[in-house]
Design a protein. Structure first.
Length: 465
């Protein structure tokens, strides 16, 4: 793996690319957006021959009982009611995977231009494979996803990242996907809608609103860099690639064991002593939600609603279908707060429980504000973050990016990397931790430690951060 890690760092520094230029990649996406036929519009569930609402069980599902369903859920803490909502139930584990290959001395990533029905701008840059179990088991009757055979036979290749990670726990019930990256040395066919690009190019494309999709971001967040030994010569070579040495030290001179006992103690105490329970219930028993032939809508303030869509997309395994999608109301804000502490870049994270979380609680970014939360702040961290954003101070990156377009309709959220002085927060609120990149990189090599919002923000970090 060590050689692969060095190749990854060199690929990260290769912003211009050596197979396709960034200008060529942007032109490719623009042409696909102009020439691919897409027709997506809201409809009644009565217009679908595949999806239906089971009024007796209070559930939205399809006639094959495949893919996913939508049910109701209630959350209780110490037997007191906290909240209720519709939730996506999709217990199967799918593939999110990227194939890498050294081409003319530079590691390139095979990326796909993919249209999901909920994408705000149609085509987005996706992993090599992005497939639910229903997809590769051909529950829809379509073709196998391209490149599936590489992941099915992954033991033949150099797999350097392979973890089952969580999805949005505010929308999914315990949903997880298998995130994978592998190096392949043999000849690989490049099909239409696929292109080779360096990690540096992908990082640059992430700076453009709604261009690199959520699935790509979660996979890339898992690149293992901090957990392998390097020689002094190798480290000096890598050091030269970093414009900011505080970031280099955060990655390669990290000490994960310093923070882990404190983090695990807080998380494990929460799991052990907080009586958090969730109960699946019929949709028609949700007190504050109304169900009709066009979806499910909250009678009060909410972050989303459910709508049915009739979908036609050229070039998919199945070209015409209908399905429910969770439609966002407004945009959330996810903030990664960064500081310099004794010459090392540190990141502020917090332990956050969510209604659909696989194991009650995960590490999240310091700021994770859904639309309904945007009118107030919980603590000093959120207050400082909002103040800095309002004054446009310390912003390293501010980009609007889409969430999962296969289940969410036009959900795009603001992702911010914000630098502050550590002294601005004298006393951290309970559940917050300052950690180096190496600690987070260590934790992401394990299932269900970092939530998807934090993983996605980590994937955006530029070398110059």
């Amino acid at each position: 793996m060590k050689n692969t890690a060095l190749q990854i760092m060199q690929s990260w520094a290769a912003k211009e690319g050596n197979v396709n230029t960034t200008e060529e990649l942007l032109a490719w996406i623009e042409k696909l957006n102009q020439t691919t036929n897409v027709d997506i519009h809201e409809c009644s569930i009565n217009e679908s021959t595949f999806w239906f609402y089971d009024d007796y069980n209070g559930e939205i599902l399809n006639r094959k009982r495949s893919f996913f369903s939508v049910k109701g859920i209630r959350m209780f803490k110490n037997k007191e009611f906290l909240k209720e909502q519709p939730i996506i139930v999709q217990p199967e584990i799918g593939y999110l995977g990227i194939i890498c290959k050294e081409i003319d001395g530079v590691l390139n990533f095979l990326m796909q231009a993919k249209i999901e029905p909920g994408n705000v701008n149609c085509v987005q840059i996706s992993p090599t494979i992005q497939a639910t179990k229903s997809n590769f088991m051909r529950a829809h009757g379509g073709k196998l996803p391209l490149y599936f055979e590489y992941f099915e036979n992954s033991n033949r290749y150099d797999v350097f990242y392979d973890q089952i990670q969580s999805e949005q726990s505010s929308r999914f019930l315990k949903k997880r996907n298998r995130n994978m990256m592998m190096c392949v040395n043999e000849e690989i066919p490049v099909y239409p809608n696929f292109k080779w690009m360096t990690l540096g190019q992908i990082k640059e494309l992430m700076k453009i609103d709604n261009l690199v999709n959520m699935d790509t971001r979660t996979v890339l967040s898992g690149i293992p860099l901090s957990i392998y030994p390097y020689t002094d010569t190798e480290l000096e070579h890598i050091r030269a690639l970093f414009p900011q040495q505080e970031f280099f030290r955060s990655v390669f001179h990290a000490e994960p064991t310093v923070n882990l006992p404190e983090i695990y103690q807080f998380i494990n105490n929460y799991k052990m002593f907080q009586d958090i329970t969730t109960v699946e219930i019929p949709l028609n028993q949700l007190v504050d939600w109304k169900i009709d032939d066009y979806g499910v809508v909250c009678k009060k303030n909410a972050d989303f609603l459910v709508r049915y869509y009739d979908i036609s997309i050229e070039g998919r395994e199945v070209k015409n279908w209908s399905q429910p999608l969770f439609k966002a109301i407004g945009s959330a804000v996810f903030g990664l707060v960064v500081t310099i502490d004794n010459g090392v870049m540190k990141y502020l994270v917090k332990a956050k429980p969510e209604i659909g979380c696989f194991d009650k609680i995960e590490l999240a970014p310091a700021v994770q504000l859904e639309t309904s939360h945007n009118e107030y702040y919980d603590d000093e961290v959120e207050r400082i973050f909002r103040q800095r954003m309002n004054n446009h101070k310390g912003i390293v990156l501010d980009v609007v990016l889409s969430e999962e377009g296969g289940r969410f309709y036009h959900e795009q959220n603001r992702n911010v990397i914000l630098r502050i002085d550590k002294e601005e927060i004298n006393d951290l609120p309970e559940g917050y931790f300052w950690v180096d990149f190496g600690t987070l990189n260590f934790l992401v090599q394990t299932n269900n430690c970092l939530n998807i919002q934090l993983r996605n923000l980590l994937s955006l970090l530029p070398l110059s951060c």
